[in-house]
Design a protein around this ligand. Sequence first.
Ligand code: PMP
Length: 445
Amino acid sequence: AQSMGVNRSTLVAALDNLIAAGMIEGRRGGGTYVSGSGWHALAHGAPPNWNEAIEEGWYYPNLPEVQLINRAEFQPGIIRLGTGELAPELMPEDAFNDILRSLSDRSRTLNYLQPQGSLELREALSDYLLTCGIHASPSAILIVSGSLQALHLISVGLLPRGSAVLLEKPSYLYSIHAFQSAGLKMNGVPMDAGGLHIPRLEDMIEGGTHQGHPSPLLYTIPSFHNPTGSVMNDARRNELMSAARAGGISILEDAAYTDLWLDMPPPLSLKARDTDGRVLHMGTLSKAVSPGLRLGWLVGPEPVIRRLADIKMQTDYGTSSLAQEAAELWFAGGYHSRHMDRLRPELRRRRDFMLELLERYFNGIAEWNKPAGGFYIWLKFTASPLSIRQLFHACLQDGVLIHPGFLYDRLDADHLRLSYAYASEEEMERGMQLLAKAARNLLES
Ligand code: PMP
């Protein structure tokens, strides 16, 4: 504006006129843009300005740090201290070789299956869920291409645009993105080592709305929470169910890490306590078995399952038949429980090793939890303020990838999510040493 010799208030008034005339729109972060500008070539016959056109879709981009992480994870030699995935050597390769060999004569593997998911897999899952205390008939199960898809389907298929979702503060990174891009508001409920803070939740439910947005649904990860590693205790689970009944809200329970207990199984799931059909429950093979299979499930009332299966049909025609057939044999062939029995001692060793390294390198500058399962340690810097963003970049320069707390709660300033599932013990040792050095350097500067 200055270079054109136009003063700012004239410009703002002109923008207001354009907004009023519907020619431009308010945008994420309060900025404005000219509708379709990237698509309209300045010179006749020239291609669109793609750098501008890519700003015009309605889906939010990842935070710059997340984009960096997603690229850096595939760089050879990088030490991944925050990655929420099993290390490749912990994945059940031999079992899948068996399973894939026995699929070779199945022609239906090459065809579409029902959009709700193959009946045989849903039957196998129904049996598996029963071992978790959950009664789910095959008609109450939807197979999804990873449980993140369930979050998307629910966001666009069940929740009114502009309504608000209650969720833990902090919460799973991509749940925040799914809700946000679907035009939903979010109300973060505080939590402590025992899980959601129920009196605060009750206040928020009783308040009814958040800035005018009612909250019909609470999204929660009660067992081995991402990113804090905490477990909602038994009493808290009962209180939550009562609060939901009294306040008339429904619950979406995310059980992604439930099978990954290391010391003892977590309390019974919320779905197993559901007496009046208000809990939707989602699970996945991604955390305990294989994220690349892209196989998850949602359990809920039949109208919900049918509605979301109809959207799934419009979205991807159903989950990969190959993945579904493999998952059916995985559960029906007893591979799952054998794999979990082998995996637990390995993960326990890695967890204990990371806790040992924390004692060695972070005493006096940070505090952390001892997780009873899942992958995560939620590290809090307690010494004088330190910029986690600077720490992230300093570590990246040293070839160490960390996950800052603000990915899971935009206002968080002093946490890191560490994972003991991915890095080898050698990498952990070196990575934690470099991380501690970078943190101490920043604290001293
Ligand atoms: N829920 C939680 C809590 C997760 O941590 C993840 C993966 N990071 C997912 C859901 C989604 O996993 P997927 O789509 O691979 O099943």
